[in-house]
Design a protein. Structure first.
Lengths: 220, 220
DNA sequence: CGCACCATTGACATCCTTCAACCAGGGTGG
DNA sequence: CCACCCTGGTTGAAGGATGTCAATGGTGCG
């Protein structure tokens, strides 16, 4: 099945008639609370399975929206149920679900008790991890999602995300240009994530900033 | 099975050998992230089932700790699995799991995009709801958890929680004394939750504060 | 009684949001 | 082809909400 940028794979609250293994493109999951608050709860890449609800939920807990033109399979609930009889298939499906649950739990902790820089570093590390797992070797990745989406996921504002990316860049951790990000210092990011070194704007002397600018011009 | 205050029903990461329907007392679920960040992810009351993991997880995703001396049943994974064959039982178990999942999702949105006052109002409303569901008619409830636990759940500090409770009290929404809370204006709390009326410290004239103090002395 | 522990309150620091202006790229129509 | 615009992104200044540090107070328990 083909889905255009911005279109929905499924809607929150609608009955789960099928799940959608993602082949190409990417998607975000959005949860809308009863009061109308909306929040991005995750991003999905090829290989993920959209709409896989735990607990055999009869309805989708979130909406899934394509961030790019995407291609996915469609596995009806019925055939899914049939295949769940096969142990191998069953195990891999459960594994995906658990992974998602784990991710959401980490997100909760991140949003609940980490600072903005840590959260963003975490996201970048997670994304590069997924990227590498999909076979890419270089440290360059293209964010499919907007700053607004990132901000929503992390419980921040888009301005904060933007500023933080700039700051990471100015300190030489990454290079940013639009939605292209190159990871320069993964360990550095990791220590920001672990809050080992607070990233202060004035941490980098002027000449350092110059270096970072060179990086940016050169690398992206 | 009896569990003393502070003792654990089960530990995060340990294999799920059983689930624990809670009969008496209360408990908190605590998640510890790989980096050592710890966060309360929920409170449980009699009637809840502790340790019920979705996705047939082989290990507990959180630790459960008794907030008071508690009594619970012990249902081994095996007997649970057997009973899951019965449709009625099965449905009610799945319902509990979905309810938990829904709660956690609302928490994520709350922590990610609502202000402190809203989050706390939400918690209070949730707790009174659960309280009433268990048959109590009056608006008085006793919090089994410390301010620190509440703060952790809501992604705040204990000081903020304390201040906010005082503020709610000074505005006449509730009466607080230690861990006893009396809900005075449920609708008011609801509108705080919905962010309809920002609770400013100076919103209440002096005589109002006097009234609130009377309430406190009288009601708790 | 005195010791922990939890809770409250104040003063201050800081992080983040808010408001606002500006900028860049990508598409569209003239 | 270029001017235009429109969305998304960046950046600055200011203020507010929350965190932090610290002192005080209350409660229950040994």
């Amino acid at each position: 099945m083909e889905v255009r940028t911005g279109d929905q794979f499924y809607r929150q609250g609608r009955p789960t008639t099928a799940v959608f293994p993602l082949r190409q493109g990417s998607a975000k999951s959005v949860y809308e609370s009863p009061l109308g608050w909306r929040q991005v709860t995750g991003f999905s890449l090829p290989g993920d399975v959209l709409g896989l609800e735990p607990n055999e939920a009869p309805a989708h807990a979130t909406s899934a929206i394509a961030l790019q033109d995407a291609i996915c399979c469609v596995v009806t609930a019925e055939t899914l149920r049939e295949h769940m009889a096969e142990p191998v298939f069953r195990d891999s499906v459960l594994k995906v679900m658990r992974r998602n649950a784990e991710r959401e739990r980490m997100l909760l902790v991140a949003v609940g008790s980490m600072k903005a820089a840590q959260r963003l570093a975490m996201l970048l590390l997670d994304l590069t991890g997924e990227h590498q797992r999909r076979g890419s070797t270089d440290g360059t990745l293209t964010l499919a999602m907007s700053r607004t989406d990132i901000a929503s996921l992390l419980g921040l504002t888009l301005e904060t995300v933007s500023r933080l990316l700039s700051r990471f860049a100015s300190v030489g951790l990454i290079a940013v240009r639009q939605r292209r990000v190159r990871i320069i210092d993964k360990d550095g990011l990791a220590s920001v994530y672990a809050d080992l070194e607070p990233i202060s704007p004035r941490a980098a002397p002027d000449h350092e900033i110059g270096t970072a600018e060179n990086n940016e011009a050169r690398l992206i």
